[in-house]
Ligand binder design. Structure first.
Ligand code: SF4
Ligand code: SF4
Length: 380
């Protein structure tokens, strides 16, 4: 059996859905595309992940010869209804940049250990950010969709990709160059509430997912802030971490989505989901943050105030005035960011109780931005 076949079999044995190999040649088109859309991707281009350098793996590892792209299917277990429409499935599945002390991170580490034992030098993210979707397509294990996601047979776009850069010459697979979306299909583009999608292009700062977790002060230096534009807030619905709408609408995902409805969620997810309540996210305690939110949403949001802000938006979008007392309580929260977004949520829900809470807060608020939000909410 060839070394390449042995490597792929090991990946499959670890639980990956598929594995392919391509050269470590650069992806010049991707570097040009990122640079040409600098204002949309500045937070990423200037990040420590160095995505431009990652388009040429040899710039970070001169002896790089191959990229091994593995596909993880994160839709083999179900997802609890309590999280649907609130937390993206990718995050519920806990397969995105997980540490090696948890299952999905340990799987990645086991694969690295295996390659190193076979005498290879290996690097992967965050040390090198190879464009994962392009690497997967060139390695023959994924196709593109107009919604900007990579697709694999059976799981559709419910996959997580990882590219391992190695110094060994391996047998290269044929690329999948086609984008098998039906002619004229633009269901995903129409399903996006914020207009973030164009065919094969995403405007990240309009994407709900970006707005739920990248909008943190100084998260990516001066390129990110905690501010979410009003017109985006109104379209965020109940999402507090990620967004699945364009994937749910896609006919290429329909078979797996149908099957998912009968797959049970893991006991772990079910236990967390039973405790999940947007009101508790709004009035977040340290214990709830650590025991209910962080086990699933561990990778982006570092401070609980951002979950509270997102919950204020979600409750404000709910149209349910039974949430008013909770938002009114948040309006007295010690964190000015949360107070401002609680005011926005109250303005959205409206009614006498919301107005009373806002006017009371207006008379005592000392933070300039929170006061602006209160003034705007009173004017609604
Ligand atoms: S994830 Fe949501 S907001 Fe982002 S492009 Fe898809 S539908 Fe639009
Ligand atoms: S909704 Fe249609 S255009 Fe969009 S990714 Fe799916 S098949 Fe392609």
């Amino acid at each position: 059996m060839s070394l390449t076949r042995e490597i792929k079999d090991f990946a499959l044995d670890l639980g990956y859905h598929d594995a392919g190999v391509t050269t470590a040649d650069p992806f010049p088109w991707y570097a040009e595309e990122l640079q040409s859309r600098y204002s949309g991707y500045d937070y990423y281009i200037e990040s420590p992940f160095k995505p431009i350098a990652g388009t040429d793996p040899r710039s970070l590892m001169p002896e790089a010869r191959s990229l091994i792209s593995v596909v993880y299917d994160y839709s083999r277990e179900g997802f609890p209804p309590e999280f649907t429409g609130k937390i993206g499935r990718l995050y519920q599945a806990r397969c995105h940049n997980q540490s090696s002390s948890r299952t999905n991170g340990a799987r990645r580490q086991l694969f690295v250990d295996y390659l190193e034992k076979r005498g290879m030098k290996v690097i992967l993210g965050p040390d090198i950010n190879v464009p994962e979707r392009l690497a997967a397509a060139r390695a023959g294990v994924a196709t593109y969709g107009r919604n900007n996601f990579a697709f694999s047979k059976d799981p559709g776009s419910f996959i997580a990709l990882t590219a391992f850069t190695v110094n060994a010459e391996l047998e290269y697979d044929s690329p999948t160059i086609e984008a098998p979306c039906p002619d004229g299909c633009r269901i995903c583009i129409d399903a996006c509430p914020t207009g973030a999608l164009d065919a094969f292009r995403l405007e990240p700062k309009r994407c709900i997912a970006y707005n739920t977790f990248m909008t943190q002060d100084n998260f990516r230096g001066p390129y990110t802030t905690s501010h979410i534009p009003t017109e985006i807030r109104e379209k965020m619905g109940s999402w507090i971490h990620g967004c699945d709408l364009c994937q749910e609408a896609c006919p290429r995902n329909a078979p797996r989505l149908k099957a998912l409805a009968s797959f049970p969620a893991s006991s772990f997810l079910q236990r967390l989901a039973q405790q999940f309540d947007l009101r508790k996210v709004l009035l977040l305690t340290d214990e709830y943050f650590e025991t209910v939110l962080r086990p699933v949403m561990y990778n982006y949001i570092r401070h609980k105030r951002y979950f509270q802000r997102n919950a204020a938006i979600a409750l404000g979008n709910s149209g349910d005035r039974s949430h008013v007392p909770y938002l009114a309580q948040a309006l007295e929260d010690c964190d000015p960011l949360v107070r401002g977004y609680a005011a926005w949520g109250l303005g959205q829900l409206g009614g006498q109780d919301a107005r009373t809470a806002l006017e009371k807060a207006r008379s005592v608020e000392t933070d300039k931005k929170a006061l602006q939000e209160i003034e705007s909410a009173v004017a609604v």
